[in-house]
Design a protein around this ligand. Structure first.
Ligand SMILES: N[C@@H](CCC(=O)N[C@@H](CS)C(=O)NCC(=O)O)C(=O)O
Length: 281
């Protein structure tokens, strides 16, 4: 999806030439696009946006993406948002690598339907990330930040949903029934994939595609949250194979601080009986 030029109020980006990605290290949607760029063999300029420091809730960032979320691709001054749309756009650029989307209309339609499913589970993925990987004390946003997010820049209906999610999270965290529903929604998809991967090496046939990239990010995140991926043996083997690819391993690596902190926090949750496996079945 393109943000129309007249809505881009941070005008400096309209003069950027080449591929520029505004992204955050640990954001799942940013990881997806970074892995895609690497596998596609495209060069790009990195513009980190620190979500922990609320850099996406500034007039500058909202003047680029009024929704206030990453990733954002700027290509020759044109602003593209929505990670799945960005990957489809990138796939059409000339490169030695790929394509990662099928070329026939029927197969392409099936892939896009599957990517819509992945996008529709984004809030479930966030429920599990914020509920079981990140401590709420660190991850929640202050009332002042949320008011700023609501107020700054041009209005956008998706932004209202974002603010509501973060307000609910600050108020009561992730309730066990919400976590259960998010796990169930993912488990259903994983069961289908597990059957498919009993026959093929990748999610479409034996060739790496955008679906492997998109769903790898999801499976990695769920596994970090404590989801027992080994429950789906073929999916688990597929995941282990992909993590050996440098693009997948490097672009999904958390910061050194998080790598040191997250296992301790996971242990703390297990001791308190509040880990994913304690509140779901
Ligand atoms: N559907 C969008 C979702 C983008 C999104 O929600 N990005 C998250 C990071 S994965 C974000 O920027 N969240 C703002 C925050 O965490 O405060 C996409 O696929 O690009």
């Amino acid at each position: 999806m393109i943000i129309p030029d007249k809505q881009v109020t941070t005008r400096e980006v309209t003069s950027w030439r080449g591929l520029h990605l505004l992204h955050f290290q640990s954001s799942s949607c940013s990881q997806k696009v970074r892995v895609f760029l690497r596998e596609k063999g495209l060069d790009w300029v990195s513009h980190p946006v620190d979500l922990a420091r609320q850099e996406h809730v500034t007039a500058r960032f909202l003047g680029i993406n009024p929704r206030g979320v990453v990733p954002v691709l700027v290509h020759d001054g044109v602003v593209h948002v929505e990670s799945n749309d960005i990957m489809e756009y990138l796939d059409a650029l000339p490169s030695q690598e790929g394509p990662f989307f099928p070329r026939t209309d029927a197969e392409r339609a099936r892939v896009k339907e599957n990517l819509e499913l992945e996008d529709s589970l984004h809030m479930d993925l966030r429920n599990l990330t914020m509920g079981f990987i990140m401590p709420r004390l660190l991850a929640r946003k202050s009332a002042a930040t949320l008011e700023r997010w609501e107020r700054e820049g041009r209005d956008d209906p998706k932004r209202a949903l974002e603010v509501k999610w973060w307000r609910d999270y600050a108020d009561h965290g992730i309730m066990p029934e919400t976590a259960q529903a998010s796990v169930d929604a993912h488990r259903k998809v994983f069961e289908t994939f597990d059957e498919r991967l009993a026959i093929d090496d990748c999610l479409i046939g034996d060739r790496l595609s955008v679906l492997d990239i998109a769903w790898f990010i999801t499976t990695r995140r769920l596994s970090l949250a404590g989801y027992p991926l080994q429950r789906h043996p073929n999916l688990s083997r597929w995941h282990a194979r992909l993590v050996r690819r440098p693009a997948f391993a490097e672009e999904t690596r958390d910061t050194a601080l998080l790598r040191a902190f997250l296992p301790l926090y996971a242990m703390f949750r297990r001791l308190r009986g509040t880990s994913l496996s304690d509140v779901t079945h």
